[in-house]
Design a protein around this ligand. Structure first.
Ligand code: FE2
Ligand code: FE2
Length: 396
């Protein structure tokens, strides 16, 4: 990926985080810092003066069409918000860049703006607006900086996942960038809370199951991947795969997914379609999500070949699928169901240990149980330590 593509992608990730969570959220802070660094890298590589045009569905960087961003969903989104041209003429300070992001986010969010105006940021190092940008003489001085706070629950992430699921079931299209931003945000939460607790949610209402569960599996999968010392890109990919592993459930009738009692043959067959449905959604996007699609397809397959979907040829499942499978089963057992109570963590871990080598990859099972016991120990140690679940309210 070129530096220009990296910067534009980073910029829109920050905009997505700002829309999903607001500007005080650590996920936004992290995305904004990353975009600022990407701008600095781009200026180092290409020189200080940069210009981008977003026209007719194309991104043009210094008179060259950026082929990697053909059919990029943000090109029309930015252009419609009156952002057809971005020019950088100097080296903006972090504050100036922050202000620039705020102004972009305001426009993307559809807040009223004067479409004829060209906005100058800070000392005029960045400006943006409709095409044919001229530098007016009356640029405004830098605005106040938005300061980060690290005080937050998981309510925003929960709602964002809920929104992603709704979006997929409504339009059939996966908002990939938003899904990636949610994973980044969960990763921030994981590290911010590391001294106290893994940021997992407890189910409050049964119809929240898929949302709560998706979020927990993403967190557990990332924690396991980090313990296994996978690289940052792999950890993120595993997080996205965990977040989206049950996505196919949006295409399965809700009655079956939420049914409290025993399922009929037909209902079971319907539910067992969700791995294939999920893989289909994930492969149909502009940027197919290979790992997430494989994991969605394979996450109900056991190490010994049992499980579903039924396959004509036996072959080993992907490492990512085995990793997500352990996390998936653990969270499912830890969750209260209409027909049974939630299992204690230790009982669920013993179940995983007993089935290591049959259902679970033995090495992954050992690392996972060890990891969770260490967390459980930390939570149980101080008597009044908080649980991450207390701030979840039903999202309606
Ligand atoms: Fe599933
Ligand atoms: Fe699941």
């Amino acid at each position: 990926m070129s530096d220009a593509v990296r910067f534009l992608t980073g910029l829109t990730q920050a905009l997505a985080a700002s829309t999903l969570y607001g500007e005080d959220h650590p996920a936004y802070r992290r995305a904004a810092d990353a975009a600022f660094r990407q701008l600095q890298d781009l200026q180092k590589a290409e020189g200080i003066t940069l210009d981008f045009s977003l026209l007719h569905g194309e991104v043009v960087f210094r008179e060259r069409v950026v082929h990697e961003l053909r059919a990029w969903e943000w090109t029309p989104r930015l252009a419609e918000a009156g952002i057809q041209r971005i020019e950088v003429t100097g080296e903006p300070s972090p504050d100036e860049f922050e202000e620039f992001l705020d102004l972009l986010a305001e426009r993307v969010a559809g807040r009223p703006f004067d479409s004829s105006s060209v906005r100058h940021v800070g000392h005029g190092n960045i400006r943006f607006g409709q095409v044919s940008v001229h530098r007016p003489d009356d640029w405004a001085p830098a605005a106040a900086t938005v300061l980060a706070t690290l005080n937050y629950g998981l309510q925003e992430e929960y709602q964002a996942i809920h929104w992603v699921h709704d979006e997929v079931s409504r339009s059939g299209r996966l908002p990939l960038l938003e899904a990636e931003v949610i994973v980044q945000s969960l990763s921030v939460a994981m590290h911010a809370e590391q001294a106290a607790v893994l940021p997992l949610l407890q189910l409050k209402e049964f119809d929240q199951y898929t949302t709560t569960h998706s979020m927990n599996v993403a967190v557990l999968a990332m924690a396991l991947a980090e313990t296994l010392e996978l690289g940052p890109a792999e950890v993120r990919a595993v997080g996205v795969a965990g977040l989206l592993h049950d996505l196919g459930k949006v295409r399965v009738p809700k009655e079956g997914v939420l049914k409290p009692g025993k399922l009929t043959e037909e209902e079971r067959a319907e539910i067992q379609r969700h791995p294939a449905e999920g893989a289909r959604i994930l492969l149909a996007g502009d940027q197919p999500l290979d790992l997430a699609a494989v994991v969605a397809y394979e996450h109900h397959l056991m190490l010994d070949g049992s499980g579903y979907p039924c396959r004509h040829f036996q072959h080993d499942t992907h490492y990512g699928s085995r990793l997500v499978h352990v996390c998936d089963v653990y969270d499912a057992l830890r969750t209260r169901r209409p027909y049974r109570d939630a299992w204690e963590s230790e009982t669920a871990l013993q179940y995983i240990e007993q089935r290591a080598g049959l259902e679970f990859d033995p090495a992954l099972a050992a690392t996972f149980t060890d990891l969770i016991r260490r967390w459980d120990h930390r939570i149980l140690a101080p008597p009044e330590s908080p649980t991450a679940a207390t701030n979840l309210q039903p999202a309606g």
